[in-house]
Design a binder for this molecule. Structure first.
Ligand code: OGA
Ligand code: MN
Length: 220
């Protein structure tokens, strides 16, 4: 029996904790937060995209300032385009989450954009913010991890840092299948530590509007 309610695809019991954590500390991590079968479908789709050379090297900055910078980030990406059932399901779940966040936090989010990301062995993403205060329309960042049986030896953790003391690490997250992270895009510095194995994820952003003062997203 196919299920149609987005609430069937996320950990509803953890949702109040997510909302509370976003307000009180600016970030949330939930293990097995997204339905396991859906994560496996998304992981299989990402493998297929790689096999068909449908991944592009990720860059830094937008428009004229977009550059490939291997010394900053080493992932290859594919923007979600609703092409598969799994993508549509995930986007429906994110829309559901957006409504819950809006009801609670009044952030006025009205759009979600996301891309698959694959980090080959040796790749990393240096410490950064996903947006700069007043300059960006990315309000809340999300990451869903798609790696079954990830061990400490695989590395590739996401480290988050204290907004008021960016040298102080506040969390280190293993990119295990089903783990979901969200955080305030202009508050939480974070990085991807070098991975020892191919590392699959979907990075996404809830946005407020498509451009602000003619500036569409900041350069890094
Ligand atoms: C990003 C990012 C973190 C991760 O894509 O901006 O920070 O753990 N990703 O993949
Ligand atoms: Mn980021």
């Amino acid at each position: 029996m196919p299920r149609h309610d987005p609430a069937d695809y996320l950990d509803m019991a953890a949702l109040p904790r997510l909302l509370d954590a976003l307000v009180t500390q600016g970030w949330f991590v939930g293990e097995r937060f997204i339905d396991t079968a859906l994560c496996h479908s998304l992981q299989a789709e990402l493998q297929g995209l790689k096999a068909q050379s449908h991944l592009d090297e990720a860059g830094v900055g937008r428009g004229q300032t977009h550059r490939i910078k291997r010394d900053v980030r080493g992932d290859a990406i594919h923007w979600l385009d609703r092409e598969s059932r799994a993508q549509r399901q995930y986007l429906t779940v994110m829309t559901f989450l957006q409504q819950a966040i809006n009801r609670t936090l009044y952030l006025g989010l009205f759009e979600f954009e996301a891309h698959f990301a694959l980090y080959p062995p040796g790749a990393f993403y240096k410490r950064h913010l996903d947006s700069f205060r007043g300059r960006s329309n990315r309000i809340v960042s999300t990451v869903l991890y798609l790696n079954p049986a990830w061990t400490a030896a695989h590395g590739g953790e996401m480290a988050m840092f204290d907004p008021d003391d960016p040298e102080r690490e506040i969390a280190r997250i293993r990119p295990e299948l089903g783990t979901f992270v969200c955080f305030l895009a202009d508050r939480i510095p974070h990085e991807v530590l070098p991975t020892q194995a191919p590392r699959a994820s979907i990075a996404g952003w809830f946005r407020r509007n498509t451009s602000l003062n003619g500036i569409v997203d900041p350069a890094l």
